[in-house]
Design a protein around this ligand. Structure first.
Ligand SMILES: NC(=O)c1ccc[n+]([C@@H]2O[C@H](COP(=O)([O-])OP(=O)(O)OC[C@H]3O[C@@H](n4cnc5c(N)ncnc54)[C@H](OP(=O)(O)O)[C@@H]3O)[C@@H](O)[C@H]2O)c1
Length: 248
């Protein structure tokens, strides 16, 4: 069973609010990640908001995370050139090695604007934004005319939300006009009509091996706070999960 009730070891809920998962070869954890909400977010954000065309260049920030790693792989399936940013050399190696990204950089050791100038000399057509702020500013600088920005999240600002002292946004928004860019925020739960397409495509891509998923699993509900905080310091590669009890 899958529920959206939050962290707990047991619950009672009306059957109508739950989804029964068919037993099969698919690991159950996939339903929480690549076949669940984060995979669906990547699918909608890249395909419907980004609207990729073959040959275009796509930049994904937070690229080694649950959403970003899948968004980048879908962009490869769409025959795009894909650049990813992540916060460690190991993650960068995973992106450029196992996942087949065309380029990847560690934003902690090289400024994003510098890395993008090198990795995307012909500019970016789509930016899948998981991070916001400095990444967004760097992406806007390197966007091509008529580029699209899929605004998925702004994780670099989640811990600095002080209404009295808002974090400054990108200083180059004037480029939105000059470059005729489209920047569109989206929330995955608004796109339920695409869920069936997503399931069909993602199950096929997983079976074909053209999408790979990785999970970082912590053991025991007492690890839930560490798992949550780990999202903000990059502890996870791929989907962060907490296993409540050993699998039967
Ligand atoms: N729009 C929607 O419907 C929707 C749905 C789900 C998620 N989201 C958003 O999608 C984004 C990714 O979510 P996720 O679940 O896939 O999480 P995730 O990417 O698996 O985990 C978060 C990652 O963000 C990176 N990060 C943390 N602080 C950062 C900072 N200051 N600067 C740059 N990178 C930072 C870390 O990786 P590094 O090691 O690379 O720093 C961390 O591993 C989030 O912004 C989330 O809010 C949106």
């Amino acid at each position: 069973m899958q529920s959206g009730l939050g962290w707990r070891e047991h619950f009672v809920a009306p059957a109508s609010t739950l989804a029964k998962l068919a037993p099969g070869a698919t690991p159950l954890t996939h339903h929480l990640g690549v076949l669940g909400g984060t995979g669906f977010t990547a699918y909608v954000g890249l395909l419907d908001i980004g609207r990729p065309r073959a040959g275009e260049t796509v930049f994904v920030s937070g690229a080694a995370g649950a959403v970003g790693s899948i968004a980048g792989q879908i962009a490869k399936i769409e025959d795009c050139r894909v650049i990813g940013s992540a916060g460690s050399d190991e993650k960068v190696e995973w992106l450029a090695g196992d996942l087949g990204f065309d380029a990847a950089f560690n934003y902690k050791t090289v400024p994003s604007a510098e890395a993008l100038a090198e990795a995307a000399p012909d500019g970016i057509d789509i930016y899948f934004d998981n991070v916001g702020y400095d990444h967004l500013e760097a992406a806007i600088t390197h966007m091509n005319d008529f580029g699209r920005i899929a605004a998925c999240g702004s994780i670099s600002g989640y811990n600095s939300v002080d209404p009295a002292h808002p974090r400054p946004g990108p200083n180059n928004l004037a480029f939105l006009v000059r470059k005729r860019l489209t920047m569109r925020g989206f929330i995955v739960s608004d796109h339920g009509e695409r869920r069936a397409d997503f399931r069909t495509d993602m199950e096929r891509w997983l079976a074909e091996g053209v999408v790979r998923s990785r999970e970082t699993v912590l053991e025991g509900i007492e690890q839930a706070p560490a798992a949550f905080l780990g999202l903000f310091n990059g502890t996870n590669t791929g989907k962060m999960l907490v296993r409540l009890a050993p699998e039967e």
